[in-house]
Ligand binder design. Structure first.
Ligand code: IMP
Ligand code: MG
Length: 184
């Protein structure tokens, strides 16, 4: 029925359904709106992986926020981080004295976010917090935890809802585990 290029054929298992994601993102938005009541946020999207989550979480937040984007690469096309973070595009907004909320797709080794936090702290914001859609704590290589987290997941390589394998599968509306034959 489906051609070979149909991406859902490459998925072994759906880990998080569209409904589960929607519900959890709303809960996170409610929590963040409560915690930042009366304040303004600079919501920083870490491209590309966070783009889908970012669009949803921003619309679930009810306090004033300004959007900004940073593009970094830490992964290349492989499944394991190199630990080296390259900034392809920096943010446009000055964050000095502002409340920054970094929006990320997943915390894995934690190296990307600890690097980003250290770099942004030098710009002297009023505060920095992180919201990660997913967290894989088993893989952590440094001392960092997200301030807000959508779901804690096991140590499996997942795609969808912004997360990619070799730049593909970001447009899957759910989070799934890839069939091993796709990457072996
Ligand atoms: P960290 O620096 O190891 O925490 O890596 C974080 C980045 O690795 C994320 O922003 C993702 O781009 C990527 N990553 C880690 N785990 C996965 C996964 O399971 N699927 C897709 N990308 C992942
Ligand atoms: Mg990413």
């Amino acid at each position: 029925m489906w051609g070979k290029a149909f991406m859902t054929q490459d998925i072994k298992e759906v880990l998080l359904s569209e409904e589960q994601i929607k519900k959890r993102v709303q809960e996170l938005g409610d929590q963040i709106s409560k915690d930042y009541e009366g304040q303004e946020i600079i919501a920083l999207c870490v491209l590309k992986g966070a783009c889908v989550f970012y669009a949803d979480i921003c619309r679930a937040i009810t306090v004033h926020l300004k959007m900004d984007f940073m593009s970094i690469s830490s992964y290349g096309d492989a499944q394991k981080t190199s630990g080296i973070v390259r900034i392809n595009k920096d943010m446009d907004t000055s964050i000095t004295g502002k409340h920054v909320l970094i929006v990320e797709d997943i915390m894995d080794s934690g190296l990307t976010l600890s690097y980003m936090k250290r770099m942004l702290e030098e710009r002297q914001p009023a505060s920095i917090r992180t919201v990660c859609f997913l967290d894989k704590p088993e893989r952590r290589e440094c001392d960092i935890t997200p301030d807000y987290c959508g779901f804690v997941i096991p140590n499996e390589f997942v795609v969808g809802y912004g997360l990619d394998y070799k730049q593909k599968y970001r447009n899957l509306p759910f989070v799934g585990v890839l069939k091993p034959e796709i990457y072996s």
